[in-house]
Design a protein around this ligand. Structure first.
Ligand code: DGL
Length: 271
């Protein structure tokens, strides 16, 4: 048993798709979340900048006594997972391997689609992992750079003309490629799940990279004897690098519970 918290971070609110699943699956675990809303989006920045930001995010989280860190961000997972894992003497879990595993388990035809940020797609990390697990897989990948700002601005509902327009524009190649599984390789994208599902139709399984990584967290805690002694009532702390109020309003939608008033703003540049 290990009662220390799990640290989770993302460039913004997207990583809360992982936290929501973490709370559902492991309700006794304490969680410290950091969303770098002052510097979102990461996905259109250079690799050096993303690594610098990710190091600061982990340094802030490690001001708490943690038992593991979850990189609930596709962009950081594809760019800085190895570096962060080497530099930190605790388990660091990313979203790529878990999401690739879930996609390979779900596909019937081997035609797998991938959407993510510009940096994530350019890294090729998801494709490499899918092909390692399923060499015959046909992967179609596309960057969707406007999805993150859309979601961070609270625009994700089906029926919103801007959402429908971007979903149709970005996802047309996946219809053409007849994928039966689509990896939402950025943790913000599950908010667009209803609009994406409506466009692609019922035959396509959508894999949330944030939710998928919780399988790995649960396996790790079990295998290493790190589970919290509590089985319910985990404590959850939320931090952001921009307005706590704005984060709280949007985060409440992502989490499906009201956390307004429970968010603190921190100065991430000091870490
Ligand atoms: N949630 C992040 C990801 O999974 C968003 C990236 C960004 O900030 O552009 O990639």
């Amino acid at each position: 048993m290990d009662d220390r918290a799990i640290g989770v971070f993302d460039s913004g609110v997207g990583g809360l798709t992982a936290v929501r699943e973490l709370i559902r699956r492991l309700p006794g675990e304490d969680v410290v979340y950091f969303g770098d809303t002052g510097r979102v989006p990461y996905g259109s920045r250079g690799v050096e900048t993303i690594i610098k930001y990710a190091r600061q995010d982990v340094a802030f989280l490690r001001s708490f006594d943690l038992k593991a860190v979850v990189i609930a961000c596709g962009t950081v997972s594809t760019t800085a997972l190895d570096i962060l894992a080497q530099e930190n003497s605790l388990p660091v879990i990313g979203v790529v391997e878990p999401a690739a595993r879930a996609a390979v388990a779900a596909t019937r035809t081997g035609k797998i689609g991938l959407v993510g940020t510009k940096t994530t797609i350019a890294s090729g990390a998801y494709e490499r992992t899918v092909r390692r697990l399923m060499p015959q897989a046909e992967v179609t990948a596309r960057a969707c750079p406007l999805f993150v700002p859309l979601v961070e601005n609270g625009r994700y509902q089906p029926g919103d003309p801007l959402v429908e327009l971007l979903v149709a524009e970005y996802l047309a190649p996946f219809k053409e490629a007849e994928v039966d599984t689509l990896i939402l390789g950025c943790t913000h994208y599950p908010l667009l799940r209803d609009a994406i599902a409506a466009y692609l139709g019922e035959g396509v399984t959508l894999i949330s990279s944030g939710a998928a990584c919780v399988d790995t967290v649960a396996e790790l805690l079990e295998a290493q004897g790190l589970k919290n002694a509590k089985t319910q009532g985990g404590e959850h702390l939320y931090f952001a690098s921009d307005s706590a109020q704005d984060f709280g309003a949007l985060a409440s939608i992502f989490l499906g519970q009201d956390i307004q008033g429970q968010v603190r703003q921190i100065a991430i540049e000091n870490y």
